[in-house]
Design a protein around this ligand. Sequence first.
Ligand code: GTP
Ligand code: SPV
Ligand code: MN
Length: 593
Amino acid sequence: MAMQNQKVREWVDEMARLTKPDRIVWLDGSEAENRRLLAQACESGELIPLNPQKHPGSYLHRSDPQDVARTEHCTFICTEKREDVGPTNNWLPSGEAKTLLKGLFDGVMRGRTLYVIPFLLGPRHSPFSKVGIELTDSLYVAVNMRIMTRMGEAALEELGESGDFIKGLHSTGNLDPQKRYICHFPEDKTIYSINSGYGGNALLSKKCAALRIASWLGREESWLAEHMLIMGIENPQGEKIYIAAALPSACGKTNLAMLQPDGKFKGYRIFCVGDDIAWLRPGRDGQLYAVNPEAGFFGVAPGTNFQTNPNMMKTISRNTLFTNVAMASDQRVWWEGLELPKDGEILDWQGRLWDPTLGWKAAHPNARFTAPIRQCPIYAPEWDRPEGVPISAVIFGCRRSTIVPLICESFHWQHGVYLGATMSSETTAAAAGAVGVVRRDPMAMLPFCGYNMADYFDHWLRIGRQLKRPPRIFRVNWFRTDEKGKFIWPGFGENIRVLKWIMDRCHDKVDCLETPIGRLPLLQDLDLEGVGVDPAGLRQLFEVDPEEWLKAAEEQTEFFSLFGTRLPGELLKEQEFLVARLRSRKGEHLPSV
Ligand code: GTP
Ligand code: SPV
Ligand code: MN
């Protein structure tokens, strides 16, 4: 590959002097190169070829059992000043971090190959887009990056002679979890990641560059980098809007992004622009525009099947890399949520002979697939549009078994930012640590915001002031449970009913019920025919208990106080207004369904 860019070359040389690989291979992203890398990965055992009839062009990767999810306790933002990263990020002073990392990376690639992976985040010739270069000693990372980003020549052409690119150095090292570091230096757009080969820890384009570094750049350049899906929705009348939705990790973005409407909602069409990350910026016309910086899905496998997500099942039918799923004896993949094969053996995600009586799951709960967005049957060609798509509605969703209603609309932008900022959600297997614990996760960005979240909230407020036609902001919760712990709302394809209401609100077609926490649907406007939720369930899905919410508002005080005087006063005002509205309705149960 013609490698003319002097700045890139100098940096690669410098990193090679540090890590001392046996050879350096520059990747161009071509078909032939990909075939070669896949063959090498099969030879080394990093990939296992799957059944070529059932899964053409697809492979299985089994990660180290200690390396199966993002590790937030090993993730740092490294800056000069601690205040710049705020109370919700792990901080290291940049000088100290650099010394530590230089030690860890010294000679780490001896005997290995260093792959140089140029990648473009966003469409070509777009004001949104950014170029990055990842250096890695992992073949698995290299073949994943080709799916997840616009990788190779396109990125270098876009960069030209410029030295303005995001730098990422990654090594699997020895996978020692005690010496695992994922360090971000937003002040020089650099990422160092060592001793993990997994997902968001190792595919540096994803959470490290497109969210942590990008959010910092977004604040400087007046745009937003968000943990959001982007989807188009067209109603039977042919009206179309775009929605961006933030939900925490493993809380339903991928599924919502390619929802398949069924039954009486067959006339609605969904278009998938992205499933995990959105970059948003005010356009000249005063609307908010979004692009998906990525080119592939790195999605949760368990639970994915033809009932829950038929579009994804079709997307991953070929050219897909599977990580930590189980495998049947005919080299077919399997995970919880799919039908058990009638005969033959199953090997679990660690390659052990498995059967359902053993008491553990065959696929790791955070098992994933990597597949190109272009293979999605409802892929939106607008994905490649340099100006992005105009956003009419923003959704902040959470996973809460109690208190938070199915859907609620904010009164205005500032109140919407408050709804996002006060989000809490139950933890999932996407990150190492306990699962099912409620924690604050503002805008689903707690693990991904590269700077002080108080400044981040302020930035959201500022962006709102730049918009002539700001999107409406909604909050959703698909995960409310009944007394037996069962989900009340069927979710998945049935979420179209909620999207329809959102769309009707955007078109001013339906009214709403004003409650202290926000605007709820009038039940006649939310088409619930045939949804299969009994009246008691419906009551729970839409109940607003002022007493409970007063307690919740009190708990926000503790969170807000972490930020001291840096917290925007607007959020404290919204909290005061909420408390006042709730007090005036104390003792009532709202709304009565
Ligand atoms: P990340 O890739 O980690 O950011 O996750 P995500 O937000 O894209 O979540 P995803 O769509 O992969 O869903 C995660 C889990 O939630 C899967 O096990 C899904 O089956 C489940 N899930 C998704 N949507 C729904 C829903 O509407 N209802 C219920 N009950 N579960 C859902
Ligand atoms: C998430 O955890 O939100 C993911 C997977 O999308 S990872 O790439 O590991 O961040
Ligand atoms: Mn995610």
